[in-house]
Design a protein around this ligand. Sequence first.
Ligand SMILES: Nc1ncnc2c1ncn2[C@@H]1O[C@H](COP(=O)(O)OP(=O)(O)OP(=O)(O)O)[C@@H](O)[C@H]1O
Ligand SMILES: [Mg+2]
Length: 325
Amino acid sequence: MTARAAGVFDDGSAERRALMNVLEDAESEKQRLSAAQRAIMNILEDFADEKRQLELGQRATLNLLEEIDTERARAEAALLELRQTVESLRKAKAAVEAANKELDAFSYSAAHDLRAPLRGIEGFSEALLEEYDDKLEEQGRVYLRHVQACARQMAELIEGLLTLSRLARGELQRAEVDLSELARNTLDRLQSEAPGRHVEIVVQDGISAIGDKRLLGAALDNLLGNAWKFTAKRAAGRVEFGARASDGVTAYFVRDNGVGFDMQYAGKLFGVFQRLHSAQEFEGTGIGLATVERIVRRHGGSVWAESAPDRGATFYFTLGEERSQ
Ligand SMILES: Nc1ncnc2c1ncn2[C@@H]1O[C@H](COP(=O)(O)OP(=O)(O)OP(=O)(O)O)[C@@H](O)[C@H]1O
Ligand SMILES: [Mg+2]
């Protein structure tokens, strides 16, 4: 169709339509654009949210860092305090050890010096009894025998003190020690010294420890000797030696079914010359458990007891780390 021919129908409507189309296109373009704008606004809003969140997170992180700093400062202060406490404990321990050594030296020389006058008392009362026998009345002889008995008892106490202070001296000779064997030897000896007694003896096999054989033997002698002595009035005595683990530490024990004691006095037992039974009931000087305590302590362990009157007693001990004392 020529331009002219087209002009036949050209009443302007074609241009209007075209214009309309263009306008429509422009409108839809505008809508698209504003939709895109909205989308962009949304995205921007989201970003703003995100930014706010990030800021919050940053603030929280900063707070956390500050808290960590405060905590660290607090931990450092606590550590410093702990170090100071350890240091003052170390000093106190050194002071106690020095005082103990001094006390040991004192009791050794005191005990040593007491021996000579005591021998004088024993010797002269013996001489009186022998040489003046005809001049003494019976009551006089009784008194003199009391003097002798007291002197003998005092000699035993002095020997105990000397033994005790000797234990504090010298280096520990550490080696593997078969405690079961030591216990059996002691109990065999006790049985042979008192063949009339019927005591059930139970010794757990294969108990060994690292320690000083002579000292550990002395500790067992005392504990087993006590168990033996304090079951003497039982028709069927029972003495046991064993070991058990408690909190990963081996606790060795000596148990008996003897007269026992009131736990109220348990703390006193390990003091020098402390006795819960009279000498008439059970003989002794009260130095045995102090000796045990000293030996166990030198091995870095501890000793304690469980008992009830007439229900037997169990003495436990541990042997810990090497000690310098
Ligand atoms: N197995 C036990 N059963 C009951 N009481 C005990 C036992 N072992 C110790 N005791 C009590 O503890 C006290 C102190 O014991 P420790 O061994 O020190 O002295 P001791 O046996 O009396 O005398 P020593 O051992 O010097 O000959 C005893 O006198 C006794 O009262
Ligand atoms: Mg004893």
